[in-house]
Ligand binder design. Structure first.
Ligand code: DAH
Length: 343
């Protein structure tokens, strides 16, 4: 039977023209409906007309229509692929990350000034051979007072100063109880520092906060004297402030040391000449210290004939005030970033 393979159906040209003007997947799908849709598609309609042709005409016309249909389908699927690829690339571009955009700016943080001096002080003592130990902030009456020769009725445990949690529990008012805890558990030689928080029932003002920080020190061995205390702390303050810092001891009283003393340093602002900070005296009071009381050595089971020791307690906050020339303690606790950023 003769067919006419080169004859192209007139719908082909029309279809090609339509296809060229299609600009989206939706339009393409409409075009597909228009030509291939089962009921109303132009090609489907043509195919349905075949029945009306004579048996002679029918094969050639059928062949021609099937060719047309195949071509149309092929071109449609090709174009669909092209559109999909275009769409994919467009999406990729939209979702792409622009690595040249500036990043988010994070505010740089800093170490809190109190923590900074705490660490600095700790490091100086560690280099001198002291071990860093800690103890509980919730302390028993026994360790906070009794064991330190502060019996009931002593002014140091005045209700005004101490925050009681119960009859026998307090928030420790100083770091000294850790002296007792350490000596109970270790034999001499002892060489420790105890940095930590302490609490007092004080009204808040420029020089008082209900929580502040101390560094306790304790050294017990054979043949330790007051000169060792003075020498140790002198070296410490020379490193912390400046090599020309001098220290002096003034007799004082603390129930757990004998003799007791207060230690002053030469004023770090006027080098001893006299200024506003040292109230023209040339000296700044900095800590309490002394030789560990023999009764305390006995109580923890040390032989006071054989062992002697010295101890001190100093405020970290007070030293931070001096070091950074801040005149109000409250600034350290308000956490205003404008203040903290300066350190
Ligand atoms: N614990 C005392 C206070 O908080 C300070 C102190 C004084 C500690 C003399 C000592 C010391 O170890 O020997 O006021």
């Amino acid at each position: 039977m003769k067919t006419a393979p080169d004859r192209v159906h007139p719908l082909w040209d029309e279809f090609c023209r339509h296809l060229n003007s299609v600009s989206s997947l939706v339009e393409l799908s409409d075009l597909k409906d228009k030509y291939l849709g089962r009921k109303r598609g132009l090609i489907s309609l043509e195919l349905r007309k075949l029945g009306a042709l004579s048996p002679q005409e029918r094969p050639a016309a059928g062949h021609e229509l099937n060719e047309l249909k195949k071509r149309v389908e092929k071109l449609l699927s090709q174009r669909t692929g092209e559109f999909k690829e275009k769409e994919r690339l467009r999406k990729l571009e939209m979702e792409g990350i622009d690595v040249t955009l500036p990043g988010y700016a994070f505010a740089p943080s800093a170490i809190h000034p109190l923590r900074r001096v705490w660490k600095e002080m700790e490091e100086i003592f560690v280099r001198m051979g002291f071990a860093v130990v800690s103890g509980p902030e919730v302390e028993s009456d026994y360790y906070n007072f009794e064991a330190l020769n502060i019996p009931k009725g002593h002014p140091a445990r005045d209700d005004q100063d101490t925050l009681y949690l119960s009859e026998n529990l307090v928030l420790r008012t100083h770091t000294s109880p850790v002296q007792i805890r350490t000596m109970e558990n270790q034999k001499p030689p002892i060489r420790i520092i105890v940095p930590g928080r302490v609490y007092r029932r004080d009204a808040v003002d420029a020089t008082h906060t209900p929580m502040f920080h101390q560094i306790e020190g304790l050294l017990v061995d054979e043949g330790i004297s007051l000169a060792d205390l003075k020498g140790t702390l002198e070296v410490f303050f020379k490193v912390l402030f400046s090599p020309d810092t001098r220290v002096r001891l003034r007799p004082s009283y603390f129930p757990f040391v004998e003799p007791g003393a207060e230690l002053d340093i030469s004023c770090i602002f006027c080098a001893g000449g006299g200024c506003r900070v040292c109230k023209k005296s040339g000296w700044i009071e900095i800590l309490g210290a002394g030789m560990v009381h023999p009764r305390i050595l006995e109580r923890v089971g040390y032989d006071p004939e054989k062992y002697t020791g010295f101890a001190w307690g100093m405020g970290i906050d007070r030293i931070a005030l001096l070091k950074y020339q801040v005149n109000d303690l409250r600034l350290f606790f308000e956490n205003d970033v404008r203040f903290l950023r300066q350190f």
